[in-house]
Design a binder for this molecule. Structure first.
Ligand code: ADP
Ligand code: MG
Length: 386
């Protein structure tokens, strides 16, 4: 992986910088403090390029507009927040390709920043379309990828584009790769990984690879639901994600390293409140958090670990009634003496909400990307830089 710092002359060069500005935008159309950490994480790279006198062309996606223009996913609020954070004015184009974009870029001066509109307004982005990648590449002289958290998918702006331009890793990308590589190559034992959240389809498949590398795998959230189901345990009406529980049977579900919830908090649909339940008796209810015995068991394992990696909330933490499990795990990890790496959009939001964000040893911008990287899988966006 070549580093941005290896580029000798950046002055006046048009640098295409892929960032991950996929941040939650509140109903007020503003990126609030506490939601802007993904933007803040890229500031060192942007500031470096400004200082060197480059012309900076920013690429990002936001949300899942699925290949068409969706007004609520425009990058205007991101433009405003970035401008505030840098103390610089930033131009935004109405699209990410086309004549207006070309004209805007042609007028750029040294140290200027242009933010192109949401890449995912074009379906070719997620399809890794050849012509689209080439068109993006034609906008600049060099390409820099600083979007670690978006590099686990072979999309045009992280993969296809690298075929047409000299390609480098940004400062954030380099830091993520260095720290996570060190964590897998020199794990401090016992090492524990905690996996939860909703995106079971991306997280479950990596568990079988993580079994070799970690001493304990603790699961919660929808990821745990799928495992319970695959073990033949009743999960009632719980969410299972976009995942066939049969797929989960590829994991060695009886491995003693794998820890599953022993009690859960369910939504009692009759009285519409949270209720504690033993595993296996869910009936018509939904599992929405791990229970107190599970949290205690997990916290004990965490406290005895020298390294803890965490991605994915243990439950529906956005609702107070189902936030306790996630809060307990956040507390256990950040108060443990072990080295902690915590990543993922919603996981970091939860950590911040409960006031533990500053206490993590390292916060990664990647969720799915971090898990895939930790499992030893090659990420297409990173491979493309080699
Ligand atoms: P991250 O962004 O940290 O990688 P995900 O996007 O995979 O995590 O999942 C986060 C979401 O999962 C949260 O919005 C949370 O409410 C939800 N979630 C966790 N557990 C459950 C559950 N048991 N039922 C429904 N939703 C859940
Ligand atoms: Mg998420």
């Amino acid at each position: 992986m070549k580093s941005l710092k290896e580029i000798k002359k950046l002055k006046d060069k048009k640098v295409i910088l892929r960032v991950d500005f996929n941040v939650p935008i509140g109903k007020d159309g503003v990126v609030d403090k506490g939601e802007d950490w993904r933007i803040r994480a890229t500031l060192p790279t942007i500031e470096y390029l400004v200082k060197k006198g480059a012309k900076i062309i920013l690429l990002s996606h936001l949300g899942r507009p699925d290949g068409k223009v969706v007004e609520e996913f425009r990058l205007g609020p991101v433009q405003d927040r970035l401008s505030e954070l840098l103390g610089l004015s930033i131009t935004k184009t109405p699209d990410c390709i086309g004549d207006v974009v070309k004209e805007t870029i042609a007028e750029m001066k040294m140290g200027e920043i242009v933010l192109l509109e949401n890449l995912r307004f074009h379906k070719e982005e997620e399809e890794n379309g050849e012509a689209f990648a080439k068109e993006l590449a034609s906008l600049g002289d060099v390409y820099v990828n600083d979007a670690f958290s978006a590099s686990h998918r072979a999309h045009a702006s992280v993969h296809g584009i690298t075929k047409y331009l000299p390609s480098y890793a940004g400062l954030l990308m380099e830091k993520e790769v260095d720290i996570l590589t060190d964590a897998i190559n020199n794990p401090k034992k016992p090492a524990t990984i905690v996996i939860g959240g909703a995106k079971a389809e991306t997280k479950l498949p990596v568990i079988k690879f993580l079994m070799d590398k970690f001493d304990n795998i603790l699961v919660g959230g929808v990821v745990a639901n799928v495992i319970l189901k695959a073990k033949g345990i009743d999960t009632g009406k719980s969410l299972l994600g976009d995942m066939d529980p049969e797929e989960a049977k590829k994991i060695d579900l009886d491995n003693t390293k794998l820890h599953i919830p022993v009690d859960v908090i369910i939504c009692n649909s009759e009285v519409k409140t949270a209720a504690l339940s033993a595993i296996g008796k869910i009936g018509d209810e939904r599992i929405l958090d791990i229970g107190p015995d599970t949290a205690e068991l997990y916290a004990k394992i965490i406290s005895e670990s020298k390294m803890i990696i965490w991605n994915g909330p243990m439950g529906l933490f956005e609702k107070d009634a189902f936030s306790q499990g996630t809060k307990e795990i956040a507390k256990a990890i950040t108060s443990s003496k072990g080295y902690s790496i915590i990543g993922g959009g919603d996981t970091i939001t939860a950590l911040d909400k409960f006031g533990y964000l500053e206490k993590a040893s390292y916060v990664s911008t990647g969720g799915g990307a971090m898990l895939e990287f930790m499992s030893g899988e090659k990420l297409p966006g990173i491979e493309a830089l080699n």
